[in-house]
Design a protein around this ligand. Structure first.
Ligand SMILES: Cc1ncc(COP(=O)(O)O)c(C=O)c1O
Length: 399
């Protein structure tokens, strides 16, 4: 038996998640346990719900963290709202739309995919065409921030189309929440789920979900019980609501961590947090382009928290990422599915979205790319990023 606890290396997490975690969140994880029905824990649950409502920008009472990672929230939204035979339109333009379609099909839904190429948003016309192939669509589901490609999905048109068709509008906000606006009430989103390890900068392990009045109406009028006992919101709401009925033992320490992570978000302020994510994205893109690299997503649909960049010809994807990790302690992500070996996915999420990280990554790439035969002008990437950062600093001082 080794004598010491596992000593993790100190990394800079600039991949598709998890992101770096604030020391206050790590400290919260190390606090002594209380029971999951302790009055102190119940008070923390209530405050967590209130904080989640602020971050989701909603007044939805049923806004709670599901025990499990983002996929648990995904599955919870599907299995609570779908009954066998229901028609469900799903935007599929990457790994997570594909996963949604698979989960919905397993729940017995008749899935109508609204497909777009990986690296592009799903156009409104494609969603409209998919809806036209249905008779009584129950849900329209889209992925707000497709982490597998770096694509931002506009929500307003999709919400309108869903409601015109009489369907609920459901959104995957795993990567977008707390990094860019996720306006549940303003956009009439009926149900949404997120994850803790992206822009909330908490370890993976909980999945915040929010259900609005129409989604709750669907839940209440189901003809058969929810297929998953563990994810059944009709039972979970009794633990998170007034009744406090035991359902499963809540992961106490993870809830401490989420509470602290949400407090950090609210202390910073949502607008300021979005501004920070946008600024560091803009600086990084300027730096990457100055190095001669090409972004994989069109400017209008780029995420601020996940930057996809094409791997230049002749560069060995794995070798470069290994060197980045070994020499600079920086993790970035590779491509998935059809984009494997074609793109890098650079996360600037939550705690990881800093000017220092942008500088560190650009400096490392300037050093590593020439090893693969790529000519880069020394210092060009960092200089371009610095110009963006300085302009923002000047603008902030002037305002
Ligand atoms: C957009 C999106 N949806 C769902 C998930 C699934 O979350 P998890 O891996 O935490 O189960 C992820 C994870 O990366 C994601 O990025």
């Amino acid at each position: 038996m080794p004598e010491a606890v596992f000593p993790p290396p100190r990394r800079i997490l600039l991949g598709p998640g998890p992101s770096d975690v604030h020391p206050r969140v790590l400290a919260a994880l190390a606090q002594p346990l209380v029971g999951h029905l302790d009055p102190a824990f119940i008070a923390l649950m209530d405050e967590t719900k209130a904080l989640l409502r602020r971050v989701f920008q909603t007044t939805n009472e049923l806004t709670i963290p599901i025990s499990g990672t983002g996929s648990a929230g995904l599955e919870a939204c599907i299995v609570n709202l779908v009954e066998p035979g229901d028609e469900v339109v799903i935007g599929v333009n990457g790994v997570f739309g594909t996963r949604l379609a698979e989960v919905a099909a397993r729940a017995g839904a008749s899935v109508v995919p609204a497909e777009a190429p990986w690296g592009e948003a799903v156009p409104e016309e494609t969603l409209a065409a998919a809806l036209a192939r249905t008779r009584r669509p129950k849900l329209v589901v889209v992925v707000h921030a497709e982490t597998s490609t770096g694509v931002w999905q506009p929500l307003e048109g999709a919400s309108r189309l869903a409601h015109e068709a009489g369907a609920l509008f459901v959104v995957d906000c795993v990567t977008s929440l707390a990094g860019c606006p996720v306006e549940i009430d303003r956009l009439a989103i009926d149900a949404a789920y997120s994850g803790t390890q992206k822009c909330l900068s908490c370890p993976p392990g909980l999945s915040p979900v929010t259900f609005g009045p129409k989604a709750i109406g669907v839940l209440r009028t189901r003809t058969r019980p929810v297929q998953s006992w563990y994810l059944d919101l009709t039972m979970l709401e009794k633990y998170w609501g007034e009744e406090r009925v035991y359902h499963h033992t809540a992961p106490i320490s993870m809830n401490y961590a989420l509470y602290e992570a949400l407090r950090l978000v609210v202390e910073e302020g949502l607008e300021e947090r979005f501004r920070r994510h946008r600024l560091h994205h803009t600086a990084l893109v300027a730096g990457l382009e100055a190095l001669g690299l090409e972004m994989a997503v069109a400017p209008a649909h780029r995420l601020w928290m996940l930057n996809s960049v094409r791997i230049p010809d002749g560069v060995d994807d794995l070798a470069l990422r290994r060197a980045l990790l070994a020499e600079d302690q920086i993790e970035i992500g590779g491509g998935l599915g059809p984009l494997k070996g074609k793109i890098w996915r650079i996360g600037l999420m939550g705690q990881s979205s800093t000017a220092a990280n942008v500088r560190a990554l650009l400096g490392a790439l300037e050093r590593l790319l020439p090893r693969h035969g790529l000519r880069v002008a020394a210092g060009a990437g960092r200089a371009a990023a610095e110009r963006v950062l300085a302009a923002a600093g000047g603008a902030a001082r002037a305002s």
